[in-house]
Design a protein around this ligand. Structure first.
Ligand SMILES: [Zn+2]
Length: 257
């Protein structure tokens, strides 16, 4: 169980319990756009989210998360840097106390107020999500930046029942396709989970174009709590890990700068 001294001091202590925190392919990273290498062999991304079945929404203690039925390849991502379809398992968000911070990845040193992670797994190669999460080619996470605009995105939830850690509610027929920007241009690199156990199992696909969120919706995220009902209340904010060293990795771009 994580003690919350504040997420930023937690992230600095993770290496004591998870030595991989100082590994060679950790995430997130700062993407220096001028150093990204255009790769004409990268294919366009294909999101097959048509018959998407969301199951529930919950406060899992480090984010708000929506889980999906993942028993077949109906809801999957393919193309891009991926050899075969990867199934959608869940999505969740990272955000800050104010607009000046919140995302995990940064672009040319600049953070966004919020970042969405759509987590997919390689069901062609691995039997379970857990098995995939431990393998170097097991997961594909699509990152979408959110910027604050007056025009709001699809409202995710209005309830206050997700305040406490561990609370969960049924949440069906939500299609995350409405959380994708118009342009599917992306950067891609090999990295890791950004929360413990920090497995180096993720092919990251970071979309260039941000989507919009209203300040009001961001405020709803900030009202969530890291803590459970019986604990002292700690507001869930700044649930992002800072950028990690690149250690010689190359970031590829699907588009010409
Ligand atoms: Zn995440």
């Amino acid at each position: 169980h994580l003690r919350h001294l504040g997420w930023s001091s937690d992230t600095l202590a993770w290496h004591r319990s998870y030595p991989i925190a100082q590994g060679n392919r950790q995430s997130p990273i700062d993407i220096v756009s001028a150093r990204a290498v255009y790769d004409p062999n990268l294919k366009p991304l294909v999101f097959s989210y048509e018959s998407c079945a969301s199951l529930n929404i919950s406060n899992n203690g480090h984010s708000v998360m929506v889980e999906f039925e993942d028993t077949d390849d109906k809801t999957a991502i393919s193309g891009g840097p991926l050899e075969n379809p990867f199934r959608l398992k869940q999505f969740h968000f990272h955000w800050g106390t104010n607009r000046s911070q919140g995302s995990e990845h940064t672009i040319d040193g600049k953070p966004f107020p919020c970042e969405l992670h759509l987590v997919h797994w390689n069901a062609r190669k691995y039997a379970t999500f857990g098995e995939a999460a431990a393998a170097p080619d097991g997961l594909a996470v699509v990152a979408v930046f959110l910027e604050v605009r007056i025009a709001k995105i699809a409202c995710l939830y209005d309830e206050s029942i997700f305040f406490f850690q561990g609370t969960k509610a049924q949440f069906s027929s939500f299609n995350p396709k409405c959380l994708l920007p118009l342009s599917l241009d992306y950067w891609t690199y090999l990295g890791s989970l950004t929360t413990p156990p920090l497995n180096e199992s993720v092919t990251w696909i970071v979309l260039k174009e941000p989507i919009s969120i209203s300040e009001k919706q961001l405020e709803k995220f900030r009202m969530l709590l890291f803590t459970s009902e019986e604990d002292q209340r700690i507001q869930m904010v700044n649930n992002f890990r800072p950028p990690q060293p690149l250690k010689g990795r190359v970031v590829r771009a699907s588009f010409k700068a």
